[in-house]
Write a protein that binds this ligand. Structure first.
Ligand SMILES: [Ca+2]
Ligand SMILES: [Ca+2]
Ligand SMILES: [Ca+2]
Length: 219
């Protein structure tokens, strides 16, 4: 997988200190730790995967020199066998570890925010009341109440799908599936449904080319 998109202005693209690899027999390294020779390629969408969302945001605030220095340190950690090159397998391991760490931190924040009675689980009503307000509560500041209730209904559907034991309380694993359904096999059908709902602007149940282009075709 390439690392940087040509022309990307993100500080991550100061990976100019990390040249792309020369042709290599057998396992091809993705990154060689040597003198800069090539403009690296990293899709902006890969920044979160590579750094994790929190660190990616932090890197956005850095001066190019500092981000280059820190990225060099990170690349050294990705190079697990220390041979000076990063292989696809090493990068996959790194990205999976970054995703897992980000998910764990997100779930921890979710529990702190939503588990109001501190029983260790996030009940549906705890989440709903924290996010949308209790039924009948004043939502006067909401400009579109019908949208509000649609979003709540959609969240409830996802919560029920994540709540595998059906007790309407999300333990750590269930909260992970609720907050990050894309990472859970049993949530994939719902991810597909939600994606279609988001893109199917005319509600005919199909995604027309124009609807697709409108959502993601500008990539
Ligand atoms: Ca609770
Ligand atoms: Ca449960
Ligand atoms: Ca449509």
């Amino acid at each position: 997988m390439p690392l940087c998109a040509v022309g990307c202005s993100c500080p991550c693209c100061s990976l100019g200190a990390v040249p792309l690899p020369p042709p290599h027999p057998g396992v091809s390294p993705l990154i060689s730790l040597g003198s800069p020779t090539t403009t690296p390629r990293l899709s902006p969408n890969d920044h979160d995967a590579f750094l994790g969302p929190d660190q990616a945001r932090a890197f956005d605030q850095l001066q190019p020199e500092e981000s280059r220095r820190r990225l060099g340190l990170i690349v050294g950690r990705i190079d697990a066998d220390g041979d000076g090159s990063v292989t696809e397998a090493e990068l996959e391991t790194w990205i999976e570890r970054t995703r897992r760490r980000s998910r764990e931190e997100s779930v921890k924040r979710g529990r702190e925010q939503y588990d109001r009675n501190r029983d260790g689980n996030v009940g549906w009503e705890e989440y709903r009341d924290e996010t949308y307000g209790a039924p009948g509560s004043d939502v006067g500041s909401v400009s579109d109440p019908s949208l509000y209730s649609r979003l709540a209904a959609r969240d409830e559907r996802r919560f029920r799908a994540a709540d595998r034991d059906g007790n309407m309380a999300a333990d750590e694993e269930e909260l992970g599936a609720f907050l990050h359904p894309e990472d859970y096999e049993h949530m994939q059908h719902l991810v597909a449904i939600e994606t279609i709902e988001d893109m199917d602007k005319d509600g005919d149940g199909f995604i027309q080319l124009e609807e697709y282009i409108g959502e993601g075709g500008h990539r």
